[in-house]
Design a protein around this ligand. Structure first.
Ligand code: FES
Length: 159
């Protein structure tokens, strides 16, 4: 079936099975390998991308359900790796093996775009479904809190 997608602000026309998971369309058909295969059941978050700004588990999302939507992957989160979260990730030396981190970043980015100043409880609630086998959770939380703090400062400066 011919499917048209909008991925990272680029239009794509593909001939794929409509039931094919978005993750595999991204990785195999579009060569966007940032989103990772973890559990294949929507349970670990390694495959997280945005569909219309919402964090979704691409391993359990049929590609046909994304027709007409804006899909953003880690490759499209920022033009130059300068998203505030990406900067905080680097500054905080968050990554260990790195496998889960694209999903962590995409989930955190969706949180902050909806709620720029989340509480610690809100951060933990949203991020708890993204598993990190290396246990980088404290650094992930610190990086999100750093950006949330910057957002609070920026908001008060513009008042
Ligand atoms: Fe290794 Fe998270 S950094 S799984």
């Amino acid at each position: 079936m011919t499917i048209r997608l909008n991925v990272n602000n680029e239009k794509q026309t593909l001939n794929v099975d409509p039931e094919k998971p978005l993750l595999w369309v991204l990785r195999e058909d579009l060569d966007l390998t940032g989103a990772k295969y973890g559990c294949g059941a929507g349970l670990c978050g390694a495959c997280t991308v945005h569909v219309d700004g919402v964090a979704v588990r691409s391993c359990v999302t049929p590609v046909a359900s994304c027709i007409g939507s804006e899909i953003t992957t880690i490759e499209g989160l920022s033009a130059d790796g300068e998203h505030p979260l990406q900067r905080a990730w680097v500054e905080g030396n968050v990554m260990q093996c790195g496998y889960c981190q694209p999903g962590q970043l995409m989930n955190a980015a969706a949180l902050l775009s909806k709620n720029p100043q989340p509480s610690v409880e809100q951060i933990r609630s949203v991020m708890q479904g993204n598993i990190c086998r290396c246990g980088t959770y404290p650094r992930i939380e610190a990086a999100i809190k750093k950006v949330a703090g910057e957002n609070i400062e920026n908001a008060s400066e513009s008042e």
